[in-house]
Write a protein that binds this ligand. Structure first.
Ligand SMILES: Cc1ncc(COP(=O)(O)O)c(C=O)c1O
Length: 368
């Protein structure tokens, strides 16, 4: 749970390498798996079957029920690949429109940017990909006004991370399912930040009656090494033919070896359960703070260990004040404090965080 600076000071980390370090820092199992794989082979090319890749893909299939797994190197690349897959499937079915959500974040590549709306990321990089149309997140009316038989896919985060920890509403999820029944488009869930147990279930979509056709994963998957994945349902298995899409480094065996340990710890060794249990304690504590300081704290949002606290003022001063107290948090969307701790977090860490937050927000004196 701790990062150390060059003078040896410990910092309690509630950002977890921006949702990457799910197992915390220095996990013995990850280190051993990486060491062993480095001694076997580091890279051999995708002309050969590689055991760590296949084993990790099999684990993902059995955990999620998806039929196919494509490995890549990052979240953006997973989203880019999912978009290509949707376009190829759509083109074969007379559909090209991709419907996306305002305030979403899918990465920094041109395809990802084309699906986003925030000017901070997009300004100066146009023109963008055609055929992408966006609606306000959770606006079921605008969704149904936009969807047609030309829609290839609806691309969304189940909980918007960079956008300020905005949760998908049940009403919107229900509307999405109904429209899908009628029009037959694909649902693509970007679970790069919310996936792999962080919200207390393996996918955040599992909290809803929602079965996306495609899911993108990355962040914690490689135990700190670059690794992303696209999961696809059975009907999409044959859309991409060999050579249509690929990557030199994607599914690197060292990253996949680490990934197997990540899945084991998250699914079998209790971290997902900890995310659910400790996560509900966390939300409770944050809500208590909110009721104590309703003028400063507008709302608490999130699921499991993906939490946001919306302030009525810019959050940077609080992030700085927390760093002075040797606690790492982050602010997104200007005024939303974001908490993405490693999934090993304990109640005592949360108590310490909340005590410090109370002091920082009420402008109290520094205490360590
Ligand atoms: C939901 C979501 N999608 C995609 C990405 C892009 O991932 P990467 O930075 O690995 O390209 C991020 C990164 O923060 C993300 O949160």
């Amino acid at each position: 749970m701790y990062l150390f600076d060059k003078d040896g000071n410990a910092y309690l980390d509630f950002l977890g390498g921006v949702a990457v370090n799910a197992l915390g820092y220095g996990h013995e199992g990850v280190i051993t798996a990486i060491r062993q794989q480095v001694e076997e082979y580091i890279h051999i090319s995708n002309y050969f079957l590689q055991e760590p890749q296949i084993e990790l893909a099999e684990r993902l299939r059995s955990i999620t029920g998806y039929s196919g797994v494509f490995f890549c190197n990052s979240g953006a690349e997973a989203c880019e690949g999912a978009l290509k897959l949707a376009r190829k499937w759509g083109n074969a079915n007379g559909r090209s429109q991709i419907v996306t959500m305002q305030e979403s974040f899918h990465g920094r590549t041109m395809g990802a940017l084309s699906m986003m709306t925030n000017a901070d990321y997009r300004e100066g990089f146009g023109p963008f990909l055609g055929g992408c149309a966006n609606i306000p997140f959770n606006d079921a009316d605008q969704l149904s006004a936009l969807i047609s038989e030309k829609t290839a896919a609806v691309f969304l985060e189940i909980i918007q991370g960079e956008g300020g920890i905005n949760e998908l509403s049940r009403e919107f999820a229900g509307g999405l399912n109904e429209l899908k029944e009628r029009f037959g488009f694909l649902i693509i869930a970007d679970e790069v930040q919310s996936g792999i147990g962080r919200t207390g279930k393996f996918l955040a979509a599992d909290h809803y009656d929602l079965k996306p056709d495609i899911v993108t994963l990355a962040k914690p998957l490689g135990g700190g090494l670059p690794l992303g994945a696209i999961l696809v349902s059975e009907q999409l298995m044959d859309v991409l033919k060999p050579g249509n899409h690929g990557t030199t480094f994607g599914g690197n065996p060292v990253a996949c070896a680490a990934g197997k340990v990540v899945l084991q710890e998250v699914v079998e060794n209790g971290l997902m359960k900890n995310a659910a249990d400790t996560g509900s304690y966390f939300i409770q504590q944050l809500n208590m703070l909110q009721s104590e300081m309703p003028d400063a704290i507008k709302q608490v949002r999130g699921k499991g260990l993906m939490e946001g606290m919306e302030l009525s003022f810019p959050g940077k001063s609080i992030v700085d004040a927390m760093l002075e107290r040797r606690i790492i948090i982050n602010c997104t969307h200007g005024n939303v404090l974001r908490f993405l701790p490693p999934l090993i977090v304990e109640k005592s860490h949360i108590d310490h965080l909340c005590k410090s937050l109370r002091e920082a927000i009420s402008g109290g004196k520094l205490s360590r």
